[in-house]
Design a protein around this ligand. Sequence first.
Ligand SMILES: [Zn+2]
Length: 495
Amino acid sequence: MRRLLVAMAATALILGATGVAAQAAPAPGGPGLGDTYFPDYGNSGYDVGHYDIRLRYTPSTDKLTGTTTILATATQDLSRFNLDFVLDVASIYVNNRPATFAREGDHELVVTPARTIAAGGAMTVVVQYSGVPSTKVAAGFTAWTRTADGALAIGEPEIAWWWFPSNDHPLDKATFDVSVSVPTGVEAISNGSMPRPPVQETLGYTRWSWRSLKPQATYLTFLTVGQYDITQDTTADGQTVYNAYSQLLSPEWRDGAQASVERTAEITDWESTLFGPWPFEARGGVVLPPGSISFALETQTRPNFGASFFRRGANTSVVVHENAHQWFGDSVSVADWQHIWLNEGFASYAEWLWSEKNDEGTAQEIFDYLYATYPDDASIWTTAPADPGTAELFGDAVYDRGAMTLHQLRVAVGDDAFFEILRTWTAEQRYGNGTTAEFTALAEKISGQDLDALFQAWLYTPAKPVLASLAKKATPAMPKSWAQISRTHALLHEH
Ligand SMILES: [Zn+2]
């Protein structure tokens, strides 16, 4: 959101100086935001401030109907604009008048309003729609997951297309109201807090309402529907914690899940001592039915976890990882998907810090172990974390080499400067977006060091970095925490 507004202000200045603003003919918004890997994700020409998503969903038929109201601001004189969406649209109103619309490609919805919208003008866009999301294929698949007792709208980077029309790129964050009516007895869970308790509607349906008060990326907005047990608690500083556990979990998996996710407040309080204040208004976690989604996702305020993370009992590594993303990924989001290591490298390094805190292996021991044991031809070395490509978007270079990069930075600048860099990053970029170049510039500024060689070797070069100080030693012992961290990462890579 911030980036688009800055761009708009710059345009206004240029137009003002040349005096051509009044003569510019309204033009169509673009079908993408120029992302390096996903050029047609998101749309240009407007900036969304709020989504109001009001749905009805029936698990037995997978039928979704509803209305999404989008409050946006035009960033140019706009004759038409795109939304990203795949369900069947019945009508669209823009500023209270019916708009015409057409499909383009596999996820673009081209909307032509009755009246053009002036740059800086408000847009109220009301889209009425329905569909069976699991039958809609885009980008070669459906990201909507049906489960034995419900459905999951959880995915990265594609998911919003299957349940609400949007400007689907992390550059355009917004606040959200998500309200879903489901058969009474079924739970519907989303981000943030509940502005009102579930309300029974007519005909055996109950409406659940959720609200996110802080800017949120579209892919971090989720919907989990099914049979869940919900626990509620309050953190030391008064935030509500909602956790949810699928009733399809076996008692053993349920125990492991609870022994991990019920520690969310403790873990996030610890993380806030390292990364700065918790950025959001609520916390929690959702544990999904076995056999549905196998990965976990850092959905804002409340991560969703595949059941198999807990098949061997408690797994606090994955809770640490997904909640570290709340700072690195959710509050500070990628400006371009190319910079994904800013999410995954940092969340992975949080697991190393957790291991260090719990005397299960220091970050240095984990680094030494990985450096010694990844084969020379492994993708972690042949992929540059700063430009992994879509094939390695969730690969070892992004996760483990990303974390190794941060460890090398920590060794180079020392603990005080390292954690000051992390906290300054989360403070300065809060609720916005970041790039690799911005992060490395900040690290140099705070440390006062020239770190070009370090970042060049670790982030930009598709080869195993040479360590100047590497002593010849036998293969280091496997740190105690590594079995859990590596199992966790194996599942996370299944995005
Ligand atoms: Zn992650």
